[in-house]
Structures are given as structure tokens and as C-alpha cells.
Design a protein around this ligand. Structure first.
Ligand code: DI6
Ligand code: FE
Length: 410
């Protein structure tokens, strides 16, 4: 991205600023950008007169709504291979767990991801990030976790960073080496956790390849005790943690993540009231993943009302992955968040902006439109902000601005 200042004004549309507890709507707003940051924002008629006179470029929009750049705070979009056959097997009656226990599922993607060169992995993954960008996603998180050894975890994280450079997106990377037990460690999970704690995490920290550490705490993955070891190692390396918690069963994962000051606990279908309380005290964000809930035909809902009452911030994310959430549309996730999980459109829109920023520790810079924040935003020709939740797919943004610069999405 160019270092140039793109001093510019956008006006003539409504603004979803995210100020306060709701959407912080401004009916007819103006945004002035200087040096990649928002320099002024508010109702058009209140803009200081010198601002327009002193700004070289003014774009007048014809109605519609401007949102903060959307944030997808949980994805596994870097992977190789194809799991359409697994989809067919599930339709024939096999469960996700059965397929995983038989060496399919995550491990089939591990085989394909290990076999791919860095260039092949980049080429396979880039279109999924581009899908998200086309919808207005300007910040996204990408996890490793299909490498499961030092070399391949590093390869995945490098590809994730390269996608950010290619598309001009902000990418936050997460090391999910504790995702599944690789075949060469079958029945030796303690040894694998040793490898994660003593080799993979220190090396990834040293190379600055990951912004956080994640794990999969589940019967088919790692126990709370094993995840505790991973979190201890992360803490020593001063890396923040998050957790795939309570997705298929209640292992007190939410409370475990909260006890390490987790940025987020994710999935949470089986989270118990104590877990919710612990998250509330720790300020851990609840990342809800309705794409996986839908795909696995789950019936147990995350405890949304308990999160609301406890004041736990809720985010929504795609969980884009080849097994349990084959989806690269945050727009559809907004709809699922409302229709399947009962979020209001206001909650859902905050869930992919301000709360998703918090889940990535980016809330000082992103997720809201306010003076001093990064000038990441997108404009949609829609009649009401809730259209983004109500209409499934549909209108792409006609403008995407990242760091004050309008980008062309091909
Ligand atoms: N939870 C998920 O939703 C993904 N990983 C995880 O721990 C699923 C990954 C896959 O099936 O490939
Ligand atoms: Fe996931």
C-alpha cells in the first residue's frame, strides 16, 4: 500500500458509526480522512466549513449506508484440498465426529495442506479471502492448524500474511497447532503437546508470525489439561489466547479461556452459566459461529440470552473451513446470526464490527467510525442498515476504503 496521504472526504450517505450501545446512526453524514485515519466524522451540516475547502477530493454518495469495514474474527481459510466427499458422507448419515475418528475430517485437510507448496497454498486460499473482501470485509483473522508440524504451521501463517499484502487487508494470524493430533503422533498426545509448547510456539513467536494462540478443546481434539499447557506456553511468550470451546460438549472451555484472560471463546453451544460469568469478568468476547451450527445440523443453541444478561460482547464470524463451515460469506453469517441464533440486526452488525474488533484486540483502531480510528469503511446502496442481515447475499459494497484509500476489488 502506498504511504501517500489520501486526504479525502466522503459524504451524502448514512453512517453506521457504532457509537454507544447501538449502531450510532447518522442520517446524512460526512467522513474526512487524513493520513489513513478518520480526521472528522459527523452530520454533514455540522462539518467545519474549512474542511471541504481544504480537502482536494470530495466524493458525494447518492444515499445508502457507510459501515465500518467488516471484520471476520475467526477463519481457517488457508487450506488445500477438497472435502466435498465428506459432505456427501454426512448427508448419507455419518457424523462429523465419526469421520474425524476414522482419520478423515481435519486430518484429510492436513494431508493436502502439507503436500501443497507455499505458492499452491496461497493460490488455493486467496479466492476465499477475496470473497470476503468483495462483501466489505477489511480485517480478518486466519488460523493455522492444518500443518501440525513446525514447517507446515509456519507455511500456513506465511501464506496468511501474504494474502494480507496481496489484497491490502489487515490480517491477524493465530497459531492453532493444538487443532488435532497429527497421524505421526497417534496415541502420543502428550508428546505432541510438548512439540507445540517447546518448539512450534516459541519459533512462531520468535518469527513474529502469529498474533495469538488458539486450541481446540473437545473430546475429538485436546483435553482441558492439554490446552492448559498450551496456554501456559503462550503466556510465557506473552501471546494472547483464544479457544474453540464447548462446541460439541461441555468441557468448561469458556471458563478455561477466560481464566487466561482469553481474547475470545468461540462456538460455545454447550457453555454453562459459570463459563458465561467467567467470560463476563474477564472481558472475553463470545465468538458465535452459526455456519458450523448450520452445517453440522446442531440443535443446541449457544446461551445467547445468558450472554446478553451478563453483558458479554458477542461477535459473529464465518469459521470459514473445509469441514464444518464451508462458507466465505460474512453476509450470510449475519443472516444466520439473526435467524438461527436470534440476534437482533443491531446485535449482529455490532458482532461483525465493534465486537469482532475487540475479539482481535483491534478495538482501539478498528470496528467503529470515529475520529482517530483507521479509515476502513464500505458503502452499500441499501435502504436500511438491517438490509445487510435481512437480505441473504445480495448487494456488494460499491466502495471499499482501507486506510483511507479506495480499493478496486476484482
Ligand atoms: N472447529 C471448527 O469449526 C473447525 N476446527 C475446529 O476446531 C473445523 C475444521 C475442519 O473440519 O477442518
Ligand atoms: Fe474454527
Amino acid at each position: 500500500m502506498s504511504e501517500q496521504n489520501w486526504d479525502r472526504i466522503w459524504k451524502g450517505a448514512g453512517l453506521v458509526t457504532g457509537k454507544g450501545e447501538g449502531l450510532g446512526l447518522v442520517e446524512r453524514g460526512l467522513i474526512a480522512v487524513r493520513g489513513g485515519k478518520i480526521a472528522w466524522i459527523g452530520p454533514e451540516e455540522e462539518a467545519p466549513p474549512h474542511l471541504c475547502a481544504a480537502t482536494p477530493q470530495v466524493t458525494t454518495l447518492n444515499g445508502g449506508w457507510v459501515f465500518p469495514g467488516l471484520i471476520d474474527c475467526h477463519t481457517h481459510l488457508v487450506f488445500a484440498g477438497n472435502r466435498a466427499r465428506e459432505f456427501e458422507r454426512r448427508l448419507e448419515g455419518a457424523s462429523y465426529e465419526e469421520i474425524a475418528r476414522a482419520g478423515g475430517g481435519i486430518l484429510s485437510t492436513v494431508r493436502d495442506t502439507r503436500a501443497a507448496s507455499e505458492g499452491e497454498l496461497f493460490d488455493a486460499s486467496l479466492p476465499r479471502a477475496r470473497d470476503l473482501l468483495r462483501e466489505g470485509v477489511t480485517t480478518l483473522e486466519i488460523k493455522s492448524g492444518y500443518g501440525l508440524d513446525l514447517e507446515n504451521e509456519i507455511k500456513m501463517l506465511r501464506v496468511a500474511r501474504a494474502i494480507g499484502r496481496e489484497l491490502g487487508l489487515t490480517i491477524k494470524t493465530t497459531c492453532l497447532a493444538a487443532h488435532a493430533l497429527p497421524p505421526e503422533y497417534a496415541a502420543r498426545s502428550t508428546d505432541y503437546i510438548d512439540l507445540v509448547c517447546h518448539e512450534i510456539l516459541p519459533r512462531i513467536a520468535q518469527e513474529g508470525l502469529a498474533d495469538a494462540v488458539d486450541g481446540f478443546c473437545e473430546g475429538i481434539a485436546f483435553s482441558p489439561e492439554e490446552i492448559t499447557r498450551v496456554f501456559e506456553a503462550a503466556q510465557k511468550l506473552a501471546m494472547p489466547v483464544k479457544l474453540h470451546a464447548d462446541q460439541l460438549s461441555d468441557l468448561n472451555g469458556a471458563a478455561l479461556a477466560a481464566s487466561y484472560g482469553g481474547l475470545s471463546a468461540d462456538h460455545l453451544e454447550y457453555t454453562n452459566p459459570e463459563g458465561v460469568e467467567a467470560m463476563s469478568r474477564a472481558g472475553t468476547v463470545a465468538v458465535l459461529l452459526p455456519g458450523a451450527f448450520y452445517t453440522l445440523k446442531e440443535t443446541r443453541l449457544p446461551p445467547i440470552e445468558t450472554f446478553r444478561k451478563a453483558g458479554v460482547a458477542m461477535a459473529l464470524a464465518s469459521d470459514c473451513n473445509p469441514g464444518s463451515s464451508p462458507i466465505s460469506s460474512l453476509r450470510l453469517i449475519l443472516n444466520m446470526g439473526c435467524t438461527l441464533f436470534g440476534l437482533t440486526p443491531t446485535e449482529a452488525l455490532r458482532a461483525v464490527t465493534v465486537n469482532a474488533a475487540k475479539a482481535l484486540a483491534e478495538d482501539e483502531r478498528k470496528g467503529r467510525l470515529a475520529i482517530g480510528m483507521d479509515a476502513d469503511f464500505c458503502h452499500y446502496n441499501i435502504g436500511a442498515p438491517a438490509d445487510l442481515c435481512y437480505w441473504m447475499s445480495g448487494e456488494s459494497p460499491d466502495k471499499v476504503v482501507i486506510g483511507g484509500r479506495e480499493i478496486t476489488v476484482l
